[in-house]
Design a protein around this ligand. Structure first.
Ligand SMILES: C[S@@+](CC[C@H](N)C(=O)[O-])C[C@H]1O[C@@H](n2cnc3c(N)ncnc32)[C@H](O)[C@@H]1O
Length: 279
């Protein structure tokens, strides 16, 4: 059975489950958190969601959206302009992609990140769902899954399910662009990482020592966050699967997509570009 998906709009929430759509009037609030118990991994960004944009303020989402737009024009064969960003986070790619004439939508497992996304793009529809089994009930011309979010599926079986599920959401001639996480060969356990944000009203230090268990990368992020209201400390654990190039290619091919690998991609992590055949 596919995971229920909760869909937020300024004035109503639609509740999708296995092709069915129920519309619930909800006065502009996000749905109560009962979904968090049934979506595995949805708590990863619970404590840090409001810090996400500050932490990644150096990332050039505008340039990345330009590059994604070029790739879509190069590879899409369908004629529409509907674009779905899966694992959209706070919707920074969508904000810029919408400026390239796409009609954009976002899906993510984290309702906390989607609350930020909704503030950023109030006119855009956002859905809470797991990339492995969400079901929109319609198809799109372009689908993106960026900044290595795909790694959160953790296992090869779930990688295949996620790629297959995303591919099912493509129109004939549609294109899917996935930015991978590290492979077992390129991940280095024991590496110390630190991110420091130093603004007048917000100080953040985030540190982690990379770890690895079998084919899973593990980062326990230690956050020290200061605002004029006080200083807090918390941790978040992020587990991402380490898949080989062959496994990514295999997952795309099993989903019946014609796949191209760009080893550089947007940020040096590479890109997989899957093209759905025209019927
Ligand atoms: C590194 S962030 C990337 C967010 C956004 N794409 C960006 O570029 O800023 C990873 C994202 O994957 C989402 N995520 C993790 N597991 C997921 C799943 N199973 N289904 C959907 N989204 C998921 C997280 O909530 C988070 O928004």
């Amino acid at each position: 059975m596919s995971t229920p998906v909760f869909y937020f709009q300024p004035t109503k929430i639609h509740y999708l489950q296995q092709h069915r759509l129920m519309s619930l009037r909800h006065g502009g609030r996000l749905h109560p958190a009962k979904d968090e118990r049934i979506l595995p991994g949805c708590g990863m960004y619970t404590k840090s969601a409001e810090l996400y944009d500050a932490i990644y303020s150096e990332k050039d989402y505008q340039a990345e959206a330009r590059a994604i737009n070029r790739l879509i024009w190069e590879h899409r064969r369908s004629t529409g302009n509907r674009l779905l960003d899966v694992a959209c986070g706070t919707a920074k790619h969508l904000e810029y992609l919408s400026q390239h004439q796409y009609s954009v939508l976002g899906v993510d497992i984290s309702r906390e990140l989607l609350a930020v996304a909704h503030q950023r793009c109030p006119g855009v529809d956002f859905y809470v769902g797991d990339m492995v089994d969400f079901d929109m009930g319609f198809q799109v011309d372009a689908l993106t899954c960026l900044f290595s979010a795909i790694g959160y599926v953790r296992t090869f079986e779930r990688l295949q399910q996620a790629i297959g599920n995303m591919a099912r959401h493509l129109k004939p001639g549609g294109v899917m662009i996935v930015e991978p996480w590290f492979s077992p060969d390129t991940w280095t356990p024991g590496t110390l990482h630190a991110t420091v944000i130093d603004r007048p009203d917000l100080k953040i230090t985030r540190m982690t020592i990379s770890d690895m268990q079998e084919r899973t990368s593990i980062n326990v992020m230690h956050y020290l966050v200061g605002t004029p209201d006080g200083i807090t400390y918390f941790t978040e654990r992020h587990e991402l699967g380490l898949f080989t190039h062959h496994e990514y290619m295999d997952a795309f091919r099993r989903a019946n997509l014609d796949v191209i690998h760009d080893p550089d991609g947007l940020t040096g992590r590479g890109l997989y570009i899957g093209r759905n055949a025209l019927e």
